[in-house]
Design a binder for this molecule. Structure first.
Ligand code: SAM
Length: 290
């Protein structure tokens, strides 16, 4: 059996042996707590039939646990210095495949074809670099990859925004975008002490479960998201004033009539509208040609 990577002692040994120095700019905070790893891996519901895509394996603390549960693990790591370290650690683990790349530049559909053709389902499981959390997650969702779950450690505030319901200050265009594609569950919040080095922000594990079809019916997704973005553009402003920013100031009368017709009060704020209301609004706006 392989020695566990994630213990503080082993992590320090690996780092010292290879003379590795952490790069803050790459969001390198490695996990050194097996309980948290168990929570992450447990939430992913892996089996010996399923595949796991990891983004940012670091020295492989999570990768190792994923390999114990899944049929196959593909891990995409941007930092060239970690590639030989990972090769050495997983020398005898044929389930693990490390790809040296920036995940934002990877053709993930192609990678899925190459790596996961023989897996029944695939989930993304990762302790994400915090500086690119949102672009990475939006790439996974917008490219409509055939994923079961996305279980990721991210900054706590971002997790709360993704899972937020209408009405609160955390609810915004990110909540709508994520919930359009997924159901959300915050698995646990995580103290700084489980990382080396310790990050300056609080962390949480969030589980996104991909919906079979989007939460609401919209004819034109790009337009729907433009309307949502527009409605949240200035949070202190009313829905009407934010929508005027989209349509042009001279459309007040038409907008008043439209909002009246669909039963949405023009003085509400964007943060109070549900996904269903955004869908109704964007369909009405699209039809009106405003
Ligand atoms: N999974 C490891 C763990 O839990 O200990 C490391 C997690 S660390 C928070 C994030 C990892 O993502 C680092 O190894 C970093 O080099 C890598 N990374 C940062 N930006 C990346 C990118 N754009 N594409 C792929 N990997 C990236």
């Amino acid at each position: 059996k392989q020695i566990e990577v994630s213990t503080p002692k082993r992590t320090k040994e690996i780092i010292q042996k290879h003379g590795f120095s952490f790069k803050k700019s790459l969001g390198q905070n490695f996990l050194i707590d097996s309980n948290i790893l168990n929570r992450i891996v447990g939430a992913a519901e892996l089996t010996e039939e399923k595949g796991a895509l990891e983004i940012g394996p670091g020295i492989g603390a999570l990768t190792q646990r994923l390999a114990q549960e899944a049929k196959k693990v593909t891990a995409i790591e941007i930092d060239q210095r970690l590639i030989p370290i990972l090769s050495e650690i997983f020398e005898e683990e044929s389930k693990v495949n490390v790809v040296h790349a920036d995940v934002l530049n990877v053709d993930l559909h192609q990678l899925f074809k190459e790596q996961f053709a023989d897996c029944s389902k695939v989930s993304v499981v990762a302790n994400l670099p915090y500086y690119v959390t949102t672009p990475i997650l939006m790439k996974l969702l917008e490219e409509k990859l055939p994923l079961e779950h996305i279980v990721v450690m991210i900054q706590k505030e971002v997790a709360q925004r993704m899972a937020a319901k209408p009405g609160g200050k955390e609810y915004g265009s990110l909540s709508v975008a994520v919930q359009y594609y997924c159901t959300t569950e915050i698995v646990c919040t995580v103290p700084h002490t489980v990382f080396i080095p310790q990050p300056n922000v609080d962390s949480a594990v969030i589980k996104l479960t991909l919906r079979e079809k989007p939460a609401v019916d919209v004819e034109d997704e790009a337009f729907f998201f433009r309307v949502v973005q527009g409605a949240f553009a200035q949070r202190r402003k009313t829905l009407m004033n934010n929508l005027l920013g989209l349509t042009g100031k001279d459309k007040r009368a038409e907008l008043t009539e439209l909002l009246d017709r669909i039963g949405i009060d023009a003085t509400r704020r964007g943060e109070t509208l549900s996904l269903e209301e955004y869908a109704v609004l964007s369909r009405a706006l699209a039809q009106s040609g405003l």
